[in-house]
Design a protein around this ligand. Structure first.
Ligand SMILES: Nc1nc2c(ncn2[C@@H]2O[C@H](COP(=O)(O)OP(=O)(O)OP(=O)(O)O)[C@@H](O)[C@H]2O)c(=O)[nH]1
Length: 322
């Protein structure tokens, strides 16, 4: 992308990227659903067959979407259960602005796991909201979560239908649903991330864009692509995204009041969520979102960066041609 640029224009471009507030994305899901494959495909355009499980990484990736210079920070969680992993999970949920919940269409358990993860996200984001004084902060207002069903190239092994995925997305309150194959389509992978970017952009531009309570009770199918396109003149991207919600402008203060009425008051002495619910996902104590690195893929100094890089160069094959 930048190969044709002079060194000076590269420096200018880099400084432009660094001025932009990064979009903090957290990718969650059960082990083996393709979280790492999704991120690596997005960043490198490559599909890589095998990764070391349970490694967790923070990737920094600069790119252009439409006319925007976008700076992604993408946190790859590990799917295997480890007691120590729960310690940082809630902290890292609060770090992230947008979430991608991944399941495999060939694995019903991974599909069900998304319910628990979504609940965990809601719990931690709402708790933060109640404890916060800055009600205008995008990340505290709504929790944009994309539900992504991966591996739809494995037709014979499918256990979760497209309709089940769409329905679940509405039920648990996700803003997008995508069914994709990381292996087969880079466009589908890009659609997941660009949708989240456009969602954030619309939210920043129209901070009062909110769901109405009545629509939550009676969801009407509506594509966020359409509203985003109208607002942002966005180029369309082929995807199976479905949004089961309409979005309306309502008064922020009113919604603040409503939320306070039905949410329990935040009590700092409350035990952490992990003591009351379980999840298979976790965050390693080795890599935290505070350790940022340029150029993908990256991780904390303590983890196996060399091994990870090796797996990209040794095992990768370029399948960006779909
Ligand atoms: N057929 C097919 N296989 C895929 C696809 N995406 C990922 N895989 C495979 O699924 C396996 C698991 O992928 P990972 O990216 O390591 O999964 P993960 O969710 O990061 O797993 P953990 O790190 O253990 O949490 C690998 O063998 C991938 O090659 C896909 O779209 N189609």
């Amino acid at each position: 992308m930048s190969s044709g640029l002079s060194p000076i224009s590269s420096i200018c471009k880099f400084s432009l990227y660094s001025k932009h507030k990064p979009l903090k994305v957290m990718v969650m899901g059960q082990t083996g659903v393709g979280k790492t494959a999704l991120i690596v495909r997005f960043i490198t355009k490559r599909f890589i067959g095998e990764y070391d499980p349970t490694l967790e990484k923070l990737y920094t990736f600069h790119t252009i979407i439409g006319n925007d210079l976008v700076n992604f920070e993408i946190y790859d969680t590990a799917g295997q259960t480890q007691e120590t992993g729960f310690l940082n999970l809630e902290t890292n949920i609060r770090w992230a602005e947008v979430f991608i919940l991944v399941y495999s269409v060939t694995d019903k358990c991974s599909f069900d796991e998304c319910n628990r993860l979504k609940f965990l996200i809601n719990y931690n984001k709402r708790r933060r909201k109640l404890g916060s004084t800055n009600s205008k902060d995008f990340s505290q207002i709504d929790v944009p979560v994309a539900l992504v069903g991966n591996k739809n190239d494995q037709i014979a092994d499918r256990m979760v239908s497209l309709e089940e995925g769409q329905r679940r997305s509405q039920e648990i309150g996700c803003v997008f649903f995508h069914e994709i194959s990381v292996r087969e389509s880079i466009e589908q992978v890009w659609a997941v991330f660009t949708d989240l970017w456009h969602f954030r952009k619309v939210h920043m531009k129209f901070p009062k864009l909110r769901r109405s309570i009545s629509e939550m009770q009676n969801p009407i199918s509506y594509s966020f692509h359409n509203s985003a396109q109208a607002c942002l003149n966005r180029k369309s991207i082929a995807t199976t995204s479905v949004l089961g919600r309409r979005w309306t402008e309502i008064d922020l203060d009113e919604e603040e009041k409503e939320e306070k009425e039905y949410l329990p008051e935040y009590d700092p002495s409350l035990p952490p969520f992990r003591d009351r619910a379980s999840t298979d996902s976790q965050i390693s104590t080795k890599a935290t979102p505070t350790s940022l690195w340029q150029i993908s893929p990256v991780t904390s100094p303590n983890s196996k960066l060399a091994d990870r890089r090796m797996s990209f160069s040794m095992r990768g094959n370029d399948s960006s041609s779909n």
